[in-house]
Design a binder for this molecule. Structure first.
Ligand SMILES: [Zn+2]
Length: 283
């Protein structure tokens, strides 16, 4: 069911909305790990019943944005997505410290990809849900790249949304979505313990299992073989790229972005790529 016609005006609106959502995601990406760390410290203090935690500034999503280096409050126009980065030439207006490329890249990705999705599929419930999935996956990927973990608050919310939308057979049947969660989680869980028993090292994190389960919730059990195979290929290519750049000192490679990319491309080219994999195996 089409919600809005596709024309230059609606696609421009999608683009601008995507820029704003990208700007909000940058806030989540910056603050969610700090909020989680504060909560963990608080819990540790309560469990250990040691002296009360020293009062430190509480992080939250709604506080006014500041420069992370000089802590000066940003002016409203410094928050305009991409435009502010270009006008400030990628530097803080107060201390001239370089602003991370992450900000314009996330904002542009969140504008361009949803515009392409809506241009290709039309503006309907399915395409808007795929845009929502994309926003979640961008936030998770950047957090995993920066901090090597995937917050439960985001992976589990994504999983519940996937189960909920498939009550209405949006991308798959409810039973396939439930099986997708169970099998997606279980396969990586077995792989994790098998790898740990053999090598005494941890190859994956529990956040990876939950993200795989979330992709299973969105696209059903049929997506799991493709996502496992494709994310592994992406992971190997990423590791090779890093070793070519002589950056082996990085101890762990985040697997979340690999699952996210494989899960996101599944509804578009999953079946075609799976046929290609099979034809290579048969050859
Ligand atoms: Zn500054």
């Amino acid at each position: 069911m089409t919600l809005l016609p596709i024309n230059s005006l609606t696609l421009t609106l999608v683009f601008i909305l995507g820029l704003c959502i990208g700007s909000f995601l940058n806030v989540i990406i910056m603050r969610a790990p700090a909020i989680l760390m504060q909560q963990l410290k608080q819990q540790a203090h309560e469990i250990l019943t040691i002296s009360p935690q020293k009062t430190e500034k509480k992080e939250n999503i709604t506080r006014h944005s500041r420069c992370p280096y000089c802590q000066v409050k940003l002016k409203p126009w410094h928050n305009i997505p991409v435009v502010s980065y270009l006008t400030l030439k990628g530097k803080c207006a107060f201390c001239q410290h370089r602003i991370s490329y992450q900000y314009p890249v996330v904002e542009l990705l969140c504008a361009i990809i949803p515009t392409l999705i809506c241009g290709y599929l039309g503006i309907n419930i399915s395409s808007l849900l795929l845009c929502l999935l994309f926003f979640f996956l961008v936030a998770l990927s950047v957090i995993d790249l920066k901090h090597l973990f995937l917050p439960d608050q985001i992976t589990l919310l994504l999983l519940w949304i996937g189960l909920f939308i498939n009550i209405f057979n949006t991308f798959t049947t409810p039973s396939s979505a439930i099986l997708g969660v169970i099998i997606g989680y279980a396969i990586l869980w077995f792989f994790y313990w098998g790898f740990k028993l053999v090598t005494k090292k941890e190859g994956l994190g529990y956040g990876d299992f939950k993200l795989m389960a979330a992709i299973g919730a969105w696209f059903g059990i049929g997506a799991i073989p493709f996502v496992i195979l494709t994310s592994s290929i992406i992971g190997i290519l990423y590791a090779l790229l890093l070793s070519l750049q002589k950056r082996q000192q990085q101890r762990m490679i985040p697997f979340g972005p690999c699952i996210a990319l494989a899960g996101f491309i599944y509804p578009f080219i999953g079946h075609t790529l799976m046929h290609a994999y099979w034809s290579w195996v048969i050859m």
